[in-house]
Design a protein around this ligand. Structure first.
Ligand code: ADP
Length: 374
């Protein structure tokens, strides 16, 4: 039986392990918190720092395959492990490019992949001397996550909000829609694409609010988006699973926002809504089995369950029985003991052929299910 490791033990790791239960694989997880969502679902848990060279190297050296559930891992250790014959998904080279927003944007440009214009800035002073580039979005090069490394700078008055660290200043896109396409790449370079997902954001939290799949876009836009997503993964030259986030602007141009080299929030519905889920698919890639069927069984919506405002401490789920009573509604809790405002605690998938029903139930669930502390 192959030994497979996951760096990071959050909800993505947890859902990967749920899918792993169907495969002949022995699972290992490393994370610095022994109470993390994935800790109790793997065969072997190691407490360690995924950003530390020695911890990652020692964790990986006796495994057959390794993957990540978050980008902030030590890629030097992954490079050494790859050289020693351990299969790493995504390849450390692809991870290095994606991890740094500066390198990621330069990669799009060099590969002729449409993305918003940008300049590289080292600090706030640099932003100030490029004020003619505004309105723009400043993104920190390293370490941004869940909207925390993104700052909108509309006018010179906002420049102080920028990052005093290396990053990119991207032209503000007039966004009509944000979509995401997940692509899987096998070891032999075969690719499969999932239907695109419409992402609807909460402007206050800057976190994914709810999403609908398949996205409601014209066929021509779909073809453009699929061609761009494929170009991204071909350019990265790595097997694995990738989520390409795209903007459709008001002129129907399709631009890449960013790529995640791992299972992604925009693919959670695939557990129930698609023949092969994104988690199932990554195991097929990692264990060198045939790729699965990405087609959707029914259209789906995902609602994130996040910690309510003003509630911090042990987590309780108000309204859970009411939601569990609903037809074609699937609740996933991530097993986090404590809640805080905006913390991702779970998600709910809704299936229906009727878009109106998806939206209606999504809103009902958002009103009914609350994460509180007592
Ligand atoms: P994160 O990786 O933290 O999720 P993103 O790069 O995806 O950050 O940006 C978060 C959100 O900010 C995007 O979903 C989008 O709504 C907005 N945004 C990002 N870049 C631009 C841009 N160039 N123009 C307009 N809005 C943007």
């Amino acid at each position: 039986m192959k030994k497979a490791g996951i760096l990071g033990g959050g909800q993505l790791g947890r859902m990967l392990l749920q899918a792993a239960a169907n495969y002949p694989v022995e699972t290992f997880v490393m994370e610095n918190d022994a109470q993390c969502p994935a800790a109790h679902l793997c065969h072997h848990f190691t407490k360690g720092d995924i950003s530390n060279f020695d911890d990652v190297y020692n964790f990986g050296k006796d495994l057959d395959v390794l993957t990540i559930e978050i980008e902030s891992v030590n890629e030097e250790a992954l490079e050494k492990l790859e050289k020693e014959g351990i299969k790493v998904y995504p390849s450390p080279g692809a991870l290095r490019v994606i991890k740094n927003k500066i390198l990621q944007k330069q990669f799009y440009k060099e590969n002729g992949i449409p993305t918003s214009n940008f300049i590289v800035t080292q600090n706030i002073e640099d932003i100030r001397s490029n004020a003619s580039f505004l309105p723009a979005v400043n993104k920190i090069g390293m370490g941004g996550y869940d909207g925390k490394g993104v700052q909108v700078i509309k006018t010179s008055a906002d420049i102080e909000k920028g990052f005093d660290a290396p990053g990119v200043l991207e032209k503000m896109v007039s966004i009509k829609k944000e979509i995401a396409i997940i692509v899987a790449v096998s070891n032999s370079g075969q690719t499969v694409l999932y239907p695109p997902v419409d992402m609807v954001f909460d402007p206050m939290l800057n976190l994914l609010d709810y999403q609908i799949s398949p996205a409601d876009i014209p066929e021509k836009t779909l073809w453009k988006a699929e061609a761009i997503a494929l170009k991204v993964v071909k350019g990265l030259q790595s097997a694995g699973l990738f989520a390409v986030e795209l903007f459709i602007d008001i002129n129907d141009e399709v631009l890449v926002n960013e790529t995640a080299p791992r299972v992604h929030n925009s693919g959670h519905h695939s557990i129930e809504a698609n023949y092969s889920s994104q988690f199932d698919m990554l195991w097929r890639v990692m264990l060198d089995y045939p790729l699965g069927n990405t087609k959707h069984i029914l259209p789906a919506a995902i609602v994130n369950i996040v910690g309510s405002d003003g509630q911090s401490g042990n987590a309780y789920y108000e309204g859970l029985p009411e939601v569990l009573k609903m037809d074609n509604v699937f609740v996933h809790l991530y097993g986090k003991r404590t809640t805080k405002p905006g913390r991702k605690m779970g998600h709910v998938t809704i299936l229906s052929n009727e878009k109106q029903e998806l939206i209606h139930k999504a809103n009902l669930i958002k009103r009914t299910l609350k994460v509180v502390s007592k």
